[in-house]
Design a protein around this ligand. Structure first.
Ligand SMILES: [Mn+2]
Length: 395
């Protein structure tokens, strides 16, 4: 299912500058009963059971349109019973998810003009940088205060090195509200420099290079009095940067990472409530999560295209034979007032999204329809489409 979706995404990226955001989310499915059903531990403490989902989404860097799913890996941690030994082996095995998503992106999206993968501190893995596909650039938030090699041949620590760099730019960004955090404007200072990372001791794997050349972009919040934790991102990128504007762009690209957080939120709450699915068999649940992940990506595509800002074509989320059904439904669903007319041109994804919101129960008068209405509309559309394929027969 996920590979079919990735193939569809591949068709859409030709010639585009593509951002791929990847991250892992834990799905919490319960306690004792989930354990008895064979679900492995998730979260801290080991009392809660569930599955893990690693997803990668492609975004157009120019207009933020969601192009689709690139990879989805779903797994259950329930292997073996020897805790101490298992945890290390599991962590090593689980870290491969970042490498395998990058490999898939490099292969599937090869028609793109450029590919930049963005990921958080969990993906600060030496092997991840070392095994990067040739056509994929990375922006990774640093987690480890690694040893680096200076031009003088001496070694230093990454974090202290970053702090000593000269400030090259100051700017402010709006930090959106999140659970436990109000929206605020943050004043940031920017530093950057090429860095040479040294391979950790002992080597985390065979055949890894002694050093890796990257660029460090250090961005730090200097505003205070907001009560939140000040931002400090140390971003490691494979992009070669020659001026402050390019370094600033790395920060802007990294901020697109929130798309994957929004995607997991859609999957867990507004759209699908996947953690409420009462499926006892982990194997069946894994299939269900995969299918839902594909559907949630389509929902997010529709939500993003809703205002007609991204100029996506209907072909980016629908099949060619959906088009006449969409047009017929649009006519049916338009109301008497100007507000209830479909304002978007036929053939655009925004046109189709409008149809989905009306099928999902939106009155076209108040507010902006979110993922939940979009999901209800898409489900209704699929049933209607199925209905159009039926032929009445004499029996
Ligand atoms: Mn993460």
């Amino acid at each position: 299912m996920a590979s079919h979706a990735a193939a569809r995404t591949a068709d859409r990226v030709a010639g585009r500058e593509v951002i791929v955001v990847q991250d892992t989310s834990e799905l919490f499915l319960g306690g004792r009963r989930a354990k008895a059903n064979g679900y492995g531990p998730v979260g801290k403490g080991g009392g809660v059971r569930g599955l893990l989902l690693h997803a990668a989404l492609a975004i157009d860097a120019g207009n933020d349109a969601l192009l689709g799913l690139v990879d989805a890996q779903v797994w259950n941690r329930d292997k073996g019973k020897v805790k101490a030994r298992r945890s290390r082996a599991t962590a090593d095995k689980e870290s491969q998810r970042w490498l395998s998503a990058a490999a898939k992106a490099g292969k599937a999206l090869s028609a793109a003009r450029s590919i930049t993968m963005i990921s958080d501190r969990e993906s600060d893995i030496y092997e991840h940088f070392a095994r990067r596909p040739a056509n994929v650039e990375f922006i990774v938030r640093a987690s480890w205060d690694r040893q680096i090699k200076l031009e003088s041949g001496k070694s230093a620590r990454l974090f202290a090195f970053g702090t000593r760099l000269p400030t090259v730019d100051r700017f402010s960004v709006t930090i959106p509200a999140a659970p436990g955090r109000k929206e605020r404007t943050a004043q940031l200072v920017l530093r950057f420099s090429p860095v040479t990372l040294c391979r950790p001791h002992p080597s985390p794997g065979p055949g890894l290079p002694d050093t890796i050349e990257l660029t460090l972009v250090d961005v730090r919040e200097v505003s205070s009095g907001h009560g939140g934790k000040p931002i400090h991102w140390r971003l490691l990128t494979t992009h070669v940067l020659t001026n402050p504007d390019q370094a600033r762009r790395i920060v802007d690209l990294y901020r697109k990472r929130w798309t994957i957080e929004e995607f997991f939120r859609t999957l867990k709450t507004a759209g699908f409530d996947i953690e409420e699915a009462d499926i006892g068999d982990p194997h069946v649940m894994i299939k269900f999560v995969e299918a839902t992940t594909v559907a949630a990506a389509t929902i997010m595509q529709l939500v993003r295209s809703r205002d007609g800002m991204t100029q996506e074509s209907v072909a980016d989320a629908f099949e060619p034979d959906d088009q006449p059904v969409l047009e017929a439904l649009s006519v049916q669903l338009e109301g008497a007032t100007a507000k209830q007319k479909n304002p978007y041109p036929k053939g655009t994804l925004a046109f189709a999204a409008w149809v989905m919101t009306r099928l999902g129960g939106w009155t076209a008068y108040y507010g902006k329809p979110g993922p939940k209405i979009m999901r209800l509309g898409l489900e209704a559309f699929r049933r209607i489409k199925y209905g159009t394929t039926l032929k009445l027969q004499n029996v």
